[in-house]
Design a protein around this ligand. Structure first.
Ligand code: ATP
Length: 583
């Protein structure tokens, strides 16, 4: 409990930290007052059973005072706690939002998106539940028994000692069980995350799974993940119930020992029967608090897990921003002895040096996994290089600042993301202040005007989740229109590998030619037209540049590029034949 309060304090600002301290103090006061009220029951009962009305009337106002003070402290603490809980919901979301926008873009992948959405929904609610629902009963469950023990020490020290030994044993058992059940909760959480990721993946990849007749295989993955989820939840239930059972058993044993001791003291004449009854009532209330503690500790562990996951994300190092961003001289790109590794062990790029002069077209080719996409991602600073530097207009991208870099770079990758919204919204997002004329011009150059003409409501047509109403080539054209409208001097482009129909192919080619004009373009090239038109071609293999030069030079050289060229011409020849035979 102390741990979660300490962790919460690191999540919030100074005024909220003070509010948290106030809430904890109020709940501690509530627990003490409750414990004292319980303890007062002993002399009241004792006096009542002995029919000593003078003594009873002395104690009754004390009991009433404690009762009122307890409820006032409870109301103040609860109000402050709820207020803090509402703020915590906002604070968790705001801090996650503020921090994740500063994390390297390379940090994001499908699993991260799933984790983030769980943190923002269930995680934030778990965290808010701590001051909202959990702290009060948990603090009461610890503080009021301690108060009872102290009070009882004045009344009957042997019983106080027995209760103290019992409470220490129950707390030790709870700690031990927390560790065991906590492991089960970790496994359950991982299984839940895996299950959700597989279901999302299965839904998103339906078209591919169906085309390749792999829906059964896809189902297997989902089913295995869901089965594991079920197994983990059953294991958690068994350990959870088992743990709670052991705790309850320990508490019952404590109750039995105290009852036996009280009866023995009473029979031995050390304890008046009236006091003995009072002490037993007190013990029962005491035990109830311990049961509450056992039941709530599981919810506390879950909240602590959620809080730790949020704090882990907040502890991730954001991209360092320069204090005084430098101004690039032009739109030339240079990689100087760049080395990069995703995991710190495997070198993905190794001493890559490359100069792309302003307004030139550089085509990057190479086998799958050779590091082409990584190279492009480093230029856009999705990650920082491990060694060497990436420069734009002579300035290291780390000295340029993310916003300034993003203003100068357009990215057209294969997996075009289209938002739920109108076609217009999807194009204009790259430059919200663009005029209608600029929008129409970008659309004309990217051949998006053809799409506008085809759609029932033109620009206002909603294009559905992830652009489901557009074809692959059309989505690429929308993405190119975005880049044209943004009008950034540098374009990073990953050409679509998927074969397009003849009409789309021509339209995409036209759009790309418009985009490349007057801009510095680095393109992962898959089309023959692109490599032929390139000012320089760079061949990557195993993270190193193995060949570079113009198309003619490289063909004459007869190395890797020649292999690439032969492969592509065969593939395109095959596509041409296939197109002809259909006609
Ligand atoms: N986010 C990542 N985390 C860890 N390793 C990665 C990540 N992305 C790529 N890699 C690894 O880095 C290497 C280079 O990958 P990259 O995607 O840059 O190659 P590529 O040439 O673009 O491949 P392809 O043509 O298949 O897209 C591969 O071994 C890949 O497995």
């Amino acid at each position: 409990m102390i741990t979660i309060v300490r962790l919460l304090a690191t999540l919030v600002d100074r005024p909220r930290r003070r509010q948290l301290a106030r809430v904890v103090a109020m709940f501690v006061a509530t627990g003490v007052l409750q414990g004292l009220a319980f303890a007062c029951v002993v002399p009241v009962l004792d006096a009542a059973l002995r029919q000593d009305w003078d003594a009873a009337t002395t104690w009754l106002p004390v009991l009433a005072g404690l009762f009122v003070a307890h409820h006032v402290a409870l109301a103040v603490g609860n109000l402050d706690g709820y207020d803090l809980a509402c703020d915590l919901l906002d604070i968790t979301l705001a801090r996650l939002g503020d921090h994740t926008v500063r994390l390297p873009l390379g940090w994001y992948d499908q699993d991260r998106t799933g984790q983030l959405s769980r943190m923002a929904s269930k995680g934030a609610t778990d965290i808010a539940s701590v001051p909202g629902h959990l702290l009060r009963p948990l603090i009461a469950a610890v503080v009021s028994p301690i108060t009872v023990i102290v009070a009882m020490a004045f009344l009957e020290w042997r019983l106080a000692l027995a209760l103290l030994a019992g409470v220490l044993a129950v707390l030790a058992a709870t700690r031990l069980l927390s560790a065991i059940v906590g492991r089960g909760e970790g496994a359950y959480d991982a299984a839940m995350a895996e299950g959700s990721a597989r279901v999302v993946e299965f839904a998103l990849n339906q078209p591919a799974l169906r085309v390749f007749g792999r829906t059964v295989h896809g189902n297997e993955l989902v089913e295995t993940a869901l089965k594991e989820q079920k197994r983990a939840s059953r294991r958690l239930l068994v350990t959870g119930f088992g743990g709670l059972g052991i705790q309850l058993l320990a508490i019952q044993a404590l109750l039995t020992v105290v009852i036996a001791l009280t009866v023995q003291l009473s029979l031995g004449g050390t304890l008046a029967p009236a006091t003995a009854i009072g002490l037993l009532v007190l013990t029962v209330r005491f035990v109830e608090s311990l049961i509450d503690y056992g039941e709530l500790s599981s919810a506390l562990r879950i909240a602590e897990g959620s809080l730790r996951r949020v704090l882990d994300v907040l502890a991730l190092e954001p991209l360092a921003e320069p204090v005084a961003p430098a101004e690039p001289a032009d739109s030339g790109i240079e990689l100087r002895d760049v080395a990069f590794s995703y995991d710190g062990a495997t070198q993905v790029l190794d001493r890559v040096s490359l100069t792309a002069p302003p307004r030139s077209l550089t085509a990057v080719v190479g086998p799958s996994g050779s590091g082409k996409s990584t190279l492009l991602r480093l230029v856009a600073r999705f990650h920082d290089v491990t060694a060497g530097s990436v420069r734009l207009g002579g300035v290291d991208v780390r000295d340029l600042g993310t916003e300034a870099l993003m203003r100068r770079v357009s990215i057209v990758f294969q997996d075009v993301y289209l938002f739920e919204g109108s076609l217009r919204d999807n194009v204009i997002m790259s430059r919200p202040d663009a005029t209608d004329e600029q929008l129409r011009e970008a659309a004309r150059l990217a051949r998006v005007d053809d799409i506008v003409a085809r759609l029932p409501h033109g620009w206002q047509t909603r294009i559905g989740e992830a652009g489901s109403t557009l074809s692959g080539g059309e989505k690429q054209r929308v993405s190119i229109a975005r880049a044209l409208l943004k009008d950034a001097p540098v374009v990073l482009l990953d050409e679509a590998t998927a074969a397009l129909d003849a009409e789309n192919e021509a339209a995409v080619q036209e759009a790309l030619t418009a985009l490349a004009a007057d801009r510095t373009v680095i393109v992962i090239a898959h089309r023959l037209q692109t490599v032929v038109a390139a000012d320089q071609i760079v061949v990557l293999d195993g993270g190193r540049i193995v060949e570079r030069g113009s198309h003619d030079d490289l063909l004459a050289h007869g190395g890797r590029y020649l292999d690439f060229w032969r492969e592509r011409t065969q593939a395109e020849g095959w596509r041409l034949l296939a197109t002809e035979s259909r006609e």
